[in-house]
Design a protein around this ligand. Structure first.
Ligand code: BTN
Length: 274
């Protein structure tokens, strides 16, 4: 059903990865339906924490809310990681937080670009999406059994040739004007991710929470929020500990949005660019 790796480049990247929690159990594919789908199957059959599923190509890459995730072969990073944190489900969002922070920090360290986080699960640069995170989990009696964190990061894909996407998405090659090493990027993401995960395990989520808010591109902004079939215009005040968006409507009333999507209202942007 799945093509085990038959392209040297990704296998070479995996072979050169420095030791980390995420390089001990690696499942590397040339083509796969979705690394998240495979990682969930592995997690259900008892795979160890830190297991990594990585592919050059997905035939049915998944985004949030049933959307597809598009990526050409052999130019980006597409991977999923299994976590088994000893947390209750109300802390599951902290895994999305550390994934976004690790991606932002790695982009900054490798390319010098200052990317930002867009609630709930996107990494943006120049008001365009450069990475998306899909977090899925299973729980028993409110305790997490596993969390699968899937990351799609546009690295060396020239999106300026994609008329449908070029106004809403970008890649590191488009922003820096030069190819970026996927090995360096992946190794650096893992380095930061492990550090952040250790903070969570030590109960220092306050540090993670603060840093995530520091990198948020939505706090203090006017936004259109799509949630449970409604569209609300409001100001974003903060993100709470569970990842809910705390907003203030035009009457000054505060409320929380647990699940949804958001369009930051920049006066100069067209709807397609938000
Ligand atoms: C989103 O922006 O809605 C989330 C996109 C997540 C895409 C990644 S690519 C690797 C992993 N496998 C998937 O099928 N999805 C995630």
């Amino acid at each position: 059903m799945y093509d085990k790796i038959r392209n040297d480049e990704l296998q070479d990247i995996i072979n050169k990865l420095p030791g980390s929690l995420f390089s001990r159990h690696v499942y590397c594919f040339f083509s796969i339906e979705s690394t998240n789908v495979y990682a969930k199957e592995l997690a259900k059959s008892g795979a160890a924490e830190g297991s990594l599923v990585i592919a050059e190509r997905q035939t049915r890459g998944q985004g949030r809310m049933g959307r597809p995730w598009h990526s050409p072969s052999c130019s980006n990073l597409l991977f999923s990681i299994i976590f088994r944190p000893p947390f209750s489900i109300d802390r599951a969002f902290s895994l999305t937080m550390i994934a976004a922070l690790a991606v932002v920090d790695a982009i900054n360290k490798i390319t010098g670009l200052s990317a930002l986080i867009k609630w709930p699960n996107d990494v943006f640069f120049n008001n365009k999406k450069v990475a998306g995170i899909l977090t899925e989990f299973s729980a028993k009696r409110k305790n997490i059994e596993y969390v699968v964190v899937g990351i799609g990061l546009n690295v060396n894909w020239d999106i300026s040739n994609e008329p449908e996407l070029k106004h809403v998405a970008t890649s590191l090659i488009n922003e820096t004007g030069r190819p970026v090493s996927r090995l360096d990027l992946l190794a650096t993401i893992f380095e930061f991710l492990e550090e952040y995960y250790e903070l969570l395990l030590k109960g220092q989520e306050e540090l993670v929470y603060k840093r995530w808010n520091d990198f948020s591109m939505v706090i203090g902004k006017e936004a259109l929020i799509n949630s449970t079939g409604k569209r609300i215009k409001a100001k974003v005040k903060r993100i709470d500990r569970n990842g809910a968006l705390v907003i203030e409507d035009e009457t000054g009333k505060e409320s929380s949005v647990v699940c949804g999507d958001l369009e930051v209202l920049f006066p100069s942007l067209t709807p397609a660019q938000r």
